[in-house]
Design a protein around this ligand. Structure first.
Ligand SMILES: Nc1nc2c(ncn2[C@@H]2O[C@H](COP(=O)(O)OP(=O)(O)O)[C@@H](O)[C@H]2O)c(=O)[nH]1
Ligand SMILES: [Mg+2]
Length: 355
């Protein structure tokens, strides 16, 4: 599957991150083009639409929030699937979601996003022309709409029910007997690279004992201690409001962890590093993680000079003033200082387990 990607001008300085978000779901990215001035009807200008018609691709990903009419018009113009940034982010969440509640919250957000689209589609007379739109398949759009509406009500009731049993699940997890380490951080910080680096140290275990956890969890040995490590969805810059509830639901794993590794890209400008760390800490506070053991993993040190690293470490320490959190510089990719990180995780977990 080839996707073409439209990025609004406001995200040009974060192009790498935006493309990396797309690639987590669609590894083959064709062309990326910048939209300078979105157009009301189709978001993308007529000129670019003409260019797109000449190209071979399967899906258009627009990294912005589109109105239902804009999506429908694009689908009609291009006869291809079109998704916007919210839909992409919900797919990323769905890939990471482990708990039933997170899955339901994500489905609810997807339904809420799709219902107005279908309503809009119903307004068009020639609905039959819409190319594979939203997988309506054999259902008429009306029928499809009411089916999704019923599903929405059901999901809402399920969420209520699941919330009541949350405490029960937590207990069950504790009985698994391993401490839990959650890897968080912004897009592209190197969470997955670190996760892979850590899991390389251990034999992967079958998914079966961890079915209550996310699909991205592995058992890792930190010298004398074994722990379950989860590669979380982490933080995405500029989250659309309609996905916030689903986002918080995916963070449940973090809230229930015994130790958090906050991965930071040390090659970013210091101001951005500090802004992101501050936002991360405030989100963690909101989900009840204040005071939970936390290690800031300053990643990608292979890309920065020692002088700059010192500057970043000091800046970060100032920003985190009098917090108990440790800071450790590493390179997950170049395998620098990972042994020290393993030791630090081991000693921190020992302390946690004694409590
Ligand atoms: N130079 C360098 N690149 C890294 C390092 N760790 C990760 N990367 C690169 O950063 C990009 C994002 O990494 P990824 O693990 O997917 O980030 P995630 O979005 O936080 O999961 C990838 O291109 C990695 O190869 C590192 O220590 N040094
Ligand atoms: Mg990742």
């Amino acid at each position: 599957m080839i996707v073409e990607v439209a990025v609004p001008k406001k995200y040009v300085e974060y192009l790498d991150e935006e493309i990396s978000l797309v690639k987590t779901i669609y590894p083959v990215v064709g062309n990326v083009f910048v939209v300078k001035k979105p157009n009301r009807k189709t978001y993308i200008s007529a000129t670019i639409l003409d260019e797109l018609r000449e190209k071979r691709f399967d899906k258009l990903v627009v990294m912005d929030s589109l109105k239902p009419t804009q999506i429908i018009n694009l689908v009609r113009e291009l006869r291809k699937d079109v998704i916007d940034r919210s839909m992409l982010i919900l797919e990323i969440f769905a890939n990471h979601a482990g708990s039933l509640e997170a899955k339901l919250q994500i489905e609810l957000a997807q339904l809420r996003h799709n219902l107005p689209l279908i309503k809009e589609a119903i307004r068009y007379a020639k609905i039959g022309e819409m190319h594979g739109f939203l997988g309506a398949g054999e259902y008429g759009f009306e029928k499809y709409y009411f089916m999704l509406k019923r599903r929405e009500n059901k999901v809402r009731r399920e969420i209520e029910r699941v919330r009541k049993t949350r405490a029960l699940r937590r207990e069950r997890r504790e009985r698994l007997g391993y401490p839990h380490v959650a890897i968080i951080g912004y897009t592209c910080a190197g969470k997955t690279t670190l996760f892979n680096r850590l899991t390389m140290l251990s034999k992967p275990v079958g998914p079966e004992p961890f079915t209550t956890l996310t699909p991205k969890s592995y058992k890792v040995r930190f010298n004398t201690i074994e722990a379950v490590v989860t590669d979380t969805v982490g933080f995405i810059r500029d989250l659309p409001p309609e996905v916030l509830e689903a986002f918080y639901a995916t963070l449940e794993e973090v809230a229930e962890s015994d130790l958090i590794l906050n991965v930071i890209d040390s090659s970013k400008p210091l101001k951005r590093i500090i802004d992101e760390v501050e936002t991360s800490m405030s989100i963690l506070g909101k989900i009840g993680c204040r005071g939970k053991p936390l290690i800031h993993v300053l990643n990608k040190i292979d890309l920065v000079s020692s002088g700059r690293l010192k500057e970043v470490m000091e800046g970060l320490e100032r920003a985190l003033n009098n917090s108990q959190d440790s800071i450790i510089p590493v390179s997950a990719e170049k395998n620098i200082n990972i042994d020290e990180l393993v030791l630090l995780v081991e000693s921190t977990l020992k302390r946690v387990l004694k409590r």
